[in-house]
Design a binder for this molecule. Structure first.
Ligand code: C5P
Length: 243
């Protein structure tokens, strides 16, 4: 890496200072972690795939009016993004019972939900990202009621769009996690979509076979993790210039 100032290093990504004020470079690592980093591995090529898949999704969402931090992809592992003041919440949207919802409430994995469920988790590794309600969020000033309303409205639109986009290529969008950040424009804070959307942050099941094409392959030692991420990219039609 050149002489760049590292702003933040997370489990799967690094943020570097960008070329212009208000920009950052988001670097996608090959590191995979699960269960709050208790399980770790390097999956060669994951960063490249997630960079491309996230670029594709953010560009599509931008095209339908969901403001987000993506500016442009710089190379195989890096993208230029807008700097945001990250809101310390993980917003999870679920269409089908899976993962922690199945475990916590004893519900059968694979059951379609009558309507989508949106949950908030407080982003705090030391606490294991506990689930919180809107009342916690406003009590501790993580976001205002207006910001929560904006986040909910954007999440519903993102879910509708992505569910349709994946359905068109034979993939069920079971659930996903997104993050938001604030940008300041003329003393006015606006909430935009940030972070990434990739098979690391979504559950994607083949609609016909039910086969998992996402990070659960790593979490559950199912094998073929990279092959599954590549299959998602291939179906979305973004494999053309992949190495
Ligand atoms: O584990 P759980 O069922 O709550 O995860 C819901 C969705 O959020 C899954 O798609 C999972 O990949 C994603 N998630 C994530 N990062 C976390 C927790 C969950 O991307 N820290």
């Amino acid at each position: 890496m050149k002489n760049r100032k590292k702003i933040y290093e997370g489990k799967a990504k690094i943020l570097y200072e960008g070329p212009e004020p208000g920009t950052l470079i988001q670097y996608f690592k090959d590191d995979a972690t699960a269960f709050n980093a208790q399980k770790k591995a390097i999956l060669e090529g994951k960063g490249v795939l997630n960079n491309k898949i996230s670029e594709f999704i953010m560009t599509r969402l931008g095209g339908m009016g969901i403001a987000n931090h993506f500016i442009k992809r710089l190379n195989l592992r890096e993208q230029l993004i807008r700097e945001v003041e990250i809101i310390p919440l993980e917003v999870v949207c679920r269409n089908v019972v899976a993962g922690s919802l199945a475990q916590r409430l004893g519900q059968e994995e694979g059951t379609a939900l009558p309507r989508s469920i949106i949950e908030f988790y407080y982003k705090k590794d030391e606490l294991g990202d506990p689930m919180v309600t809107e009342e916690h969020i406003t009590a501790f000033n993580w976001a205002s009621t207006q910001e929560i309303d904006d986040i909910l409205a954007m999440t519903v639109r993102i879910n509708d769009y992505l569910s349709g986009m994946f359905a068109a290529v034979g993939i069920t969008l079971v659930d996903f996690k997104i993050e938001f950040g604030r940008v300041w424009e003329n003393d006015f804070a606006r909430v935009i979509l940030a972070d990434e959307i990739s098979p690391d942050s979504c559950r994607l099941w083949d609609t016909t076979s039910g086969e998992k094409l996402d990070k659960d392959r790593f979490r559950r030692d199912l094998g073929d993790v990279i092959e599954s991420y590549a299959e998602v990219a291939r179906r979305l039609g973004i494999m053309k210039d992949m190495p």
